[in-house]
Design a protein around this ligand. Structure first.
Ligand code: NAD
Ligand code: DGY
Length: 318
């Protein structure tokens, strides 16, 4: 019997995906809700998920499942402990969003440091037309050149962001893991790094160690006017604490590509406030056509490699 491959949320990858090159049965669904996962994966050897959660109860009901091919770098939607216990291999996509996420991160930094939303709003409101002089002075604008960028995480996307930021003349500091007993060469202790930041950008996975790692205490360590960028996962940041820091003027701004709940069907206070120094994009840092196409190719490479007995990009194996 050829392996059955089921893509649970095909709609989340709106680019062509080439066919797997060995005999197989392919089924895809635009989206899959939690209550439909088990029925749709029944008899499947390979499950593809971008953001559909796969938990212990689901895997326990799917004895034939052998591979979860995550169509993303972040795999926080998959219960790895359960996968290990069930003998299910999990693989992910790596190094695909070097241009996409780094450019998006720099875009958010530039827009916030140069007050793009505030000046755009001023022009739209007719302030330039009424101005006494040739330009309009409003919110104070700052250059990236000479500013310090602190990175949490030092993997592919942190380094790609660092390369672009260096081209803008920024100083780069890598933060050691929060709570680490040793500080590696080339890093500053977490709290010390935060205190140096003109821009703090998050590029680590969401795990039980990193969840809520930027809360009220950490936001208070930042210099007044510091800008926070999160293109990693919403759960890294305590959202009520972030909102309070923005409303109290403690932060210079925030650029978020991710929220704790996605899509935010139950609302989110960050989406309700209309602050010019808060820019929220709907988890699209990776979504340039070029970047998504690299992901699509690697997804099939991963599945083909697993089917010929040479699993790659393994996050958790058997
Ligand atoms: N918004 C988007 O479109 C988008 C796209 C791709 C990836 N992402 C997110 O970005 C994250 C980073 O991607 P990447 O390709 O750089 O991954 P990566 O695996 O190359 O790097 C992750 C880095 O995080 C570090 N890390 C792990 N645990 C940590 C901890 N407790 N504290 C601090 N650092 C820790 C690792 O050591 C590593 O340096 C992904 O996990 C994913 O959640 C978002
Ligand atoms: O982790 C990733 O690769 C992004 O969130 C896109 O799914």
């Amino acid at each position: 019997m050829p392996p059955r491959i089921v893509f649970l949320d095909r709609e989340t990858l709106p680019v062509p995906v080439r066919a797997v090159s060995v005999p197989h049965e392919w089924v895809h669904y635009p989206q899959t809700s939690a209550q439909d996962v088990v029925a749709r994966l029944a008899g499947a050897q390979v499950a593809i998920t971008n953001k559909v959660p796969l938990n212990a109860a689901t895997m326990g009901a799917l004895p034939e499942l052998k591979l979860i091919a995550v169509a993303a770098t972040g795999y926080n939607q998959v219960d790895l402990t359960a996968a290990r216990a069930q003998g299910v291999t999990v693989c992910n996509i790596r190094d695909y969003a070097i241009a996409g996420v780094a450019e998006h991160t720099l875009m958010l930094m530039l827009a916030l440091k140069r007050q793009l939303p505030a000046y755009r709003n001023a022009v739209a409101a007719g302030e330039w037309q009424r101005a006494p002089g040739f330009c309009v002075f409003g919110a104070p604008m700052h250059d990236l050149a000479g500013a310090t960028l602190v990175l949490v995480g030092s993997g592919t996307l942190a380094k790609a962001t660092a390369r672009l930021a260096q081209a803008f003349g920024m100083q780069i500091v890598y933060a050691e893991r929060k709570g680490a007993s040793q500080v590696r060469d080339g890093y500053l202790a977490f709290d010390e790094a935060l205190a140096h930041a003109d821009v703090l950008s998050l590029h680590c996975p969401l795990t039980e160690q990193t969840r809520n790692s930027i809360g009220a205490r950490e936001l208070a360590l930042l210099k007044p006017g510091c800008v926070l960028i999160n293109t990693a996962r919403g759960g890294l940041v305590d959202e009520p604490a972030l909102l309070a820091a923005l409303q109290q003027g403690q932060l210079g701004g925030a650029g978020l590509d991710v929220l704790i709940e996605e899509p935010p069907r139950n609302g989110n206070p960050l989406l309700e406030v209309n602050l010019p120094n808060l820019i929220i994009t709907p988890h699209v840092a990776w979504a340039s056509v070029e970047t998504m196409s690299v992901l699509a190719g690697q997804l099939i490479d991963n599945i083909e490699a697993f089917l010929r007995g040479e699993p790659r990009n393994v996050v958790c194996g058997v």
